[in-house]
Design a protein around this ligand. Structure first.
Ligand SMILES: [Zn+2]
Length: 191
């Protein structure tokens, strides 16, 4: 009786381990089929096609709800990031980023920043503005659309909240991007 019980326990245990190993392997392969290593850690000169597509959908879908979205930033070179990082530190101004050169998803074409254009034509960062007059803040309506399109919102971050910021990380950390790993363009990923 005891022997049978042990055998059952062991079988369940090893069965469980095997199944979870298989799932880990599938996840690993799934991720690997979407990423690749670039030569010399080259950074892109355009937004990733999926981010570009998401950006256009965002602007269009917001417009359908009567919201005028302005994309204020997309791809940033390392030098541009350094200059922005200097703001509020070695240079005048208020701190707008905690990422120095190469530490932002913007540097890899994976992030955009947005703002709103109000009825009088001004670009605004007012998160309570309700221009389409539907009782909801336009800013959060845009965020909801963005999330539906697969973007992560900087306003959800725990430490530094970056309210205009939207990104797609494809499961890649900044460290991995710095090592030259990149999400494949859509066409390659679908091979
Ligand atoms: Zn940003």
């Amino acid at each position: 009786m005891r022997g049978l019980f042990n055998r059952v326990v062991w079988t369940l245990f090893f069965g469980g381990v095997t199944v979870s190993l298989i799932f880990t392997l599938i996840e690993f392969q799934e991720r690997n089929s979407h990423i690749y290593q670039v030569k010399d850690k080259k950074t892109p000169s355009d937004l990733h096609p999926a981010v570009e597509e998401g950006k256009q959908h965002l602007v269009n879908q917001a417009a359908e709800q009567g919201i005028d979205v302005v994309i204020t930033d997309g791809l940033r070179t390392k030098q541009e990031q350094e200059a922005l990082y200097a703001q509020g530190r070695s240079k005048e101004g208020r701190i707008v980023t905690y990422a120095s050169g190469g530490e932002s998803y913007h540097n890899y074409g994976l992030a955009i920043d947005f703002a709103l254009r109000s009825d009088n034509g001004n670009v605004i960062w007012d998160r309570s503005y309700d221009g389409n007059d539907d009782g909801q803040a336009d800013w959060m309506e845009v965020v909801e659309i963005a999330k539906g399109l697969g973007f992560e919102w900087g306003g959800d971050w725990k430490s530094f909240k970056d309210y205009p910021h939207l990104q797609m990380d494809f499961g890649l950390s900044i460290r991995e991007l710095q090592r030259g790993l990149r999400p494949k363009p859509k066409a390659l990923a679908e091979e």
